[in-house]
Design a protein around this ligand. Structure first.
Ligand SMILES: Nc1ncnc2c1ncn2[C@@H]1O[C@H](COP(=O)(O)OP(=O)(O)OP(=O)(O)O)[C@@H](O)[C@H]1O
Ligand SMILES: [Mg+2]
Length: 368
């Protein structure tokens, strides 16, 4: 059983609370990602799962077993450290074999296991090479092989691709996913790269300042962010301060300050969209690709006249900044050919579809 349960865990270093009130349930075989900016507690949490740190408060369980104070060598976790932590003077083979030697495995079995895993990470021809003579990407794969060779129940990867160039990173992403599926290992992957998190994970936990703000599938995190921090950290977003007006079963009417005046918007009152207890400090969020640009005025809800201020052409995508009254909206449109007159200074209408807007709490990034 290799599910992981983190039960109300806190880790303090003196006065610094690196991780606070953390509750997570990671399923057997899941590819689970910790995502968040530098210093938010990702490595600290990973180290508590590996046993290199013990929590100040709370319980860590594997399956139903309490592992909180079990030392790392008794946990059956394989970890790839943020800086790889390889032995530079030793060969690739010896680096990978290290964990097996510690476990006093016989030489025949050891040879088979090391060769097998080196083949899996496509390094079999480098077995006798010193690690110091390898490229960054190759070293990264040695670190991965060293973590995999002990056949861990849990694989912990701490920003394993951060030192690689874009092409190698792409290759290694697929390789890690392939290995994870091959071995069916419960995997926790740490990154601050949102595209990596969205494209690789079964589920993601988004951290900031030691607090987990949301856990969900990539689509939940992107489409239904829990607050302004999650919304802003993942992808681009328009966040507009709002005041709540009438709340009906189907619609919430909100007032957006728009220069001197304010405009009313009708937002669909979907489940999760608006909670009474968060009435204090709210924002309306809408993704740039959800806003429609219209060349002509049209009857309908949430349509405003505006002027294009800036156009950035990316080929398949066009990013447009539209000013409507006192508001500036980021709009990302698909390139639909030459026919459209999307130029700075043009007059347009923007439509904010009611089902694409969400009312979310503003936490100012500190989790309060
Ligand atoms: N051994 C330690 N002693 C004191 N403070 C620490 C220690 N390790 C981490 N911290 C602090 O705890 C907080 C969380 O650190 P952590 O290394 O978990 O962040 P991270 O999310 O992994 O960041 P990065 O993306 O930069 O690797 C930071 O404020 C850090 O300074
Ligand atoms: Mg870290």
């Amino acid at each position: 059983m290799a599910s992981i349960n983190i039960d109300n865990v806190q880790k303090a270093f003196g006065k610094v609370i690196a991780v606070d009130h953390l509750n997570l349930d990671i399923k057997d075989g899941e590819f689970f990602t910790f995502l968040g900016p530098s210093g938010c507690g990702k490595t600290t949490t990973l180290r508590m799962i590996a046993g290199f740190y013990y929590p100040t408060k709370g319980v860590v369980r594997f399956g139903k077993k309490d592992m909180t104070r079990v030392p790392p060598e008794k946990r059956n976790t394989g970890m790839v450290f943020q800086n790889y932590a390889l032995f530079p003077h030793m060969t690739v083979f010896e680096n990978v074999a290290f964990g097996l030697r510690v476990r006093k495995l016989g030489s025949k079995e050891l040879n088979i296991k090391v060769k097998d895993v080196l083949q899996k990470v496509r390094l079999e021809q480098y077995a006798d090479r010193q690690v110091s003579q390898l490229s960054g990407g190759q070293q990264q794969r040695v670190a991965l092989a060293r973590a995999l060779v002990i056949e861990p129940e849990i694989l912990l990867l701490d920003e394993p691709l951060s030192n690689l160039d874009a092409k190698l990173r792409d290759e290694m992403r697929s390789e890690i996913l392939r290995l994870q599926k091959d071995y069916k290992i419960t995997t926790i992957y740490v990154t601050h790269d949102q595209a990596e998190a969205l494209s690789m994970s079964d589920r993601i936990a988004v951290f900031n300042f030691g607090v987990c703000h949301q856990v969900g599938t990539p689509s939940e995190i992107y489409n239904e962010p829990a607050n302004d921090f999650v919304a802003g950290f993942i992808g681009e977003i328009n966040l507009l301060p709002v005041k709540i007006g009438k709340v009906e079963q189907e619609y919430i009417y909100v007032m957006v300050q728009n220069g001197e005046s304010s405009s009313e918007l009708a937002v669909r009152n979907a489940p999760f969209n608006y909670k009474e207890e968060n009435k204090g400090n709210l924002a309306l969020s809408i993704r740039p690709e959800a806003i429609n640009i219209l060349d002509e005025e049209r009857e309908g809800k949430n349509i405003f006249k505006g002027t294009i201020e800036e156009v950035q052409f990316f080929g398949s995508l066009i990013n447009i900044l539209v000013r409507t009254g006192g508001l500036q909206l980021q709009v990302n449109a698909l390139n639909s050919g030459l026919s459209r007159n999307l130029e700075a200074g043009s007059e347009v209408w923007v439509e904010l579809p009611d089902e694409q807007m969400r009312i979310i709490p503003v936490v100012n990034g500190d989790g309060s």
